[in-house]
Design a protein around this ligand. Structure first.
Ligand SMILES: *Cc1c(COP(=O)(O)O)cnc(C)c1O
Length: 332
């Protein structure tokens, strides 16, 4: 495909997408297919000769669409809402064209800087405490992750590194293995399954704190488990508080569990994947009170903020970045 054909097909694709979204209400929201439906409908290996663009679009309608769950249908009520919008779709085209991989500032300066500034904008919209924002200095602030699951895992691994370094500084002979055996993390029994998975990947124990009658994690239940675990020689190091659980949008009591995390030197991560966008509204901001106790905070613009998958916004306090400095004060 040359640029001339791209111009023509690109316009056709925009029409195809607009037609899809305009007519989505008329489609059956959940597909009527059995597992394995697709394989018999397409060749067993990649064709030697190219198909025409028309044939490909026809296949999308004939073969792919019958197996699509239409998440943007007004009749889709499963899981949680996913965001999508025309500006976000157009932005994806531009991103695809620039196609840079922004793993460092030099890899594409605008990529890093735009992300940092936009995360500050978003953080200010949520009225996050100053310590979560990058500001002029450019240290700390927010980074976009692919998903909230990834953000929780990142936070857990950072917390694990922090506690291992702290304990090794105090007792130089201690091995990472000996410390990890004793580490224990917590979340409420209402936390998303990705929290449990982060514990499994991170190789640490993760305990579910029984929630109260309103499906919230409270201080008393947490204290009880903490005392028992410490008496058994375990090392509490990480807690995930959920603001807006996936199953029923309950809220852990941040103002109760936050101070406990700070006193116990436990990393507090807030998972607000689903409900976080709502904190931009002044009438809902109070639900985020207590974020000042947290070390990291995450929510998904790809759920409720008109950005299509994947865009998960994660902030951590500047302290974290100081930890990542080497002896001569350079970021490592
Ligand atoms: C949806 C959700 C997640 C997982 O989000 P992904 O971005 O799909 O990983 C985690 N926690 C909560 C509370 C959620 O609602």
């Amino acid at each position: 495909m040359n640029s001339g054909e791209f111009r023509r097909r690109g316009k056709e694709m925009v029409d195809f997408v607009a037609d899809y979204l305009e007519g989505i209400e008329g489609r059956q929201v959940y597909p009527d297919v059995e597992p394995g439906y697709l394989r018999p409908l397409i060749p067993t290996s990649a064709p030697e000769e190219p198909d025409t663009f028309e044939d490909i679009l026809n296949d999308v309608e004939k073969i792919i669409m019958p197996g699509v769950t239409h998440w943007h249908s007004p009749y889709f009520f499963a899981y949680f809402p996913t965001a999508n919008s025309y500006p976000a779709l157009l932005a994806d085209i531009l991103c695809g064209a620039i196609g840079c991989i922004g793993f460092s500032w030099a890899a594409s300066p605008a990529c890093t800087e735009l992300e940092t500034v936009m995360m500050d904008w978003l953080g200010k919209m949520l009225k996050l405490p100053e310590a979560f924002l990058a500001g002029q200095v450019g240290e700390g602030g927010g980074v976009i992750q692919g998903s909230a699951s990834e953000a929780t895992l990142m936070a857990l691994l950072a917390a694990r590194t922090k506690v291992v370094r702290r304990l090794q500084a105090a007792s130089p002979g201690l091995t990472q293995g000996a410390i990890m055996e004793k580490l224990v993390a917590y979340s409420s029994d209402q936390a998303h399954s990705s929290v449990e998975r982060a514990g499994l990947i991170g190789g640490v124990k993760l305990k579910a704190i029984p929630s109260d009658g309103k499906f919230a994690m409270r201080a008393s239940a947490l204290q009880e488990v903490l005392e028992k675990d410490k008496a058994e020689g375990l090392i509490p190091f990480f807690l995930v508080a959920t603001l807006g659980t996936t199953s029923c949008c309950s809220f852990d009591n941040l103002l109760e569990v936050g101070p406990i995390c700070n006193e116990e030197n436990m990393w507090l991560h807030i998972d607000a994947a689903y409900a976080g966008s709502s904190f931009i509204c002044p009438e809902f901001r109070h639900l985020l009170n207590g974020v000042e106790f947290a070390d990291s905070f995450n929510f998904n613009p790809h759920k409720w903020l008109l950005v299509n998958f994947d865009c998960s916004a994660m902030w951590s306090k500047k302290l974290v970045y100081q930890l990542r400095m080497d002896g001569v004060g350079k970021r490592v």
